[in-house]
Design a protein around this ligand. Structure first.
Ligand SMILES: Nc1ncnc2c1ncn2[C@@H]1O[C@H](COP(=O)(O)OP(=O)(O)O)[C@@H](O)[C@H]1O
Ligand SMILES: [Mg+2]
Length: 336
């Protein structure tokens, strides 16, 4: 498997000033992540709000500058490239964000919005050629007949239609990588599955690689080949989606899955166990295992005087399953 993206020891820290008279602090949004994205796969980034998913996705696209570590894209180190050097690479790596309303300029027609990247990247000889390609991409994303939409404005359209147009605009430059950050979270329930289906079909047909950010584990299970579970700026468990989401190893992944409402009528209405405590502040990351203050299974090694666990295959026969997990308990063979 070829690596399309390779992230090594990545940190993205944001210096902030706290409220009135508060001192300076550093938000450790991404705090030591190494991960690769293989060509053709969908890698899910899951975890509670504030765990660093968006920041990691943005760093992969170099929409945010890393504090430390490296990001390689298509075999090239892009960590320190300037905007001028990044420009020719931008067409190969495209974001799709949560809010399609904010993503589209209300003053630009749909035809021009989708054609625009071709013109600014010099990928089409003229506006007519660019609009012709835009029309066929709009057809491909289900905005049909495209001719009827080219001269309309986004305000006339539904959220689902807008997100299809955002997808068309992202794909028109033939990217290899698409980072989709909660792409259906703002859409009506009734169209979410349709847009996700469309995205899955586009990946297959166009040979795309997706980084799919979601806090919805059911969606991750449907769409992703592998998932990386993030907690406070770290990947704490990563492996095949079917394995991680069926047999979670990390107590955090287990808790996330237990918090998912179940359809099972016997369980309905009964409170599911949730994690004790709150997500700690990313300016004040606990020592030892950063999950220990909320972990039901923490022991001495996990505490502030213990060690920060590295991602490793679990001791009880994990390696063949392709899962790695950052948990001291999982390193001890005794756990069944
Ligand atoms: N530009 C920024 N400045 C300061 N803090 C930020 C910035 N962007 C994100 N953060 C903080 O970084 C942490 C991770 O945020 P984010 O990457 O958005 O997580 P997620 O997408 O998992 O919710 C949060 O504590 C968030 O408040
Ligand atoms: Mg986010």
């Amino acid at each position: 498997m070829t690596e399309l993206v390779r992230v090594r020891d990545l940190q993205v820290h944001f210096p902030i000033r706290r409220g009135f008279g508060g001192g300076k602090a550093v938000v450790r949004a991404v705090d030591g992540v190494s991960v690769e994205v293989f060509a053709g796969e969908t890698l899910g980034l899951v975890g509670e709000s504030g765990s660093g998913k968006t920041t990691l996705g943005r760093a992969m696209l170099r929409l945010v500058a890393p504090t430390a570590g490296t990001v390689e894209f298509e075999g090239r180190d892009i960590t320190r490239l300037g905007e001028r050097e990044l420009r020719p690479l931008r067409r190969r790596m495209q974001p799709v964000f949560q809010d399609p309303h904010a993503a589209l300029n209300p003053a630009m027609t749909i035809g021009d919005a989708v054609a625009h990247p071709l013109l600014i990247q010099g990928l089409a000889p003229d506006r007519d050629a660019a609009r012709a390609r835009a029309a066929s991409m709009l057809e491909r994303v289900g905005i049909t007949p495209a001719q009827a939409f080219l001269d309309r404005y986004p305000d006339d359209l539904s959220g689902g239609q807008k997100q299809r147009i955002v997808l068309a605009r992202a794909l028109i430059t033939e990217p290899s990588l698409v980072v989709a950050d909660e792409p259906v979270a703002m859409l009506d329930m009734s169209v979410r599955a349709l847009v996700l289906d469309l995205m899955a079909g586009l990946r297959r047909d166009l040979g795309l690689t997706y980084v799919f950010i979601t806090h919805d584990l059911a969606t991750a299970r449907l769409l992703c080949d592998r998932v990386a579970v993030m907690y406070l700026g770290r990947v704490v468990e990563i492996g095949p989606a079917a394995t991680v989401l069926a047999e979670p190893r990390h107590p955090y992944t287990q808790a996330l899955l237990q918090a998912v409402p179940r359809v099972d009528p016997a369980a309905a209405g009964r409170a599911r166990p949730v994690l004790p405590g709150e997500v700690p502040d990313a300016t004040d990351v606990p020592g030892g295992c950063r999950f220990h203050p909320r972990c039901p299974e923490a022991f001495a090694l996990c505490g502030p005087d213990g060690e920060d666990p590295a991602l490793e295959p679990p001791a009880d026969g994990g390696p063949s399953s392709g899962v790695t997990v950052a948990c001291h308990l999982c390193r001890t063979a005794s756990r069944a």
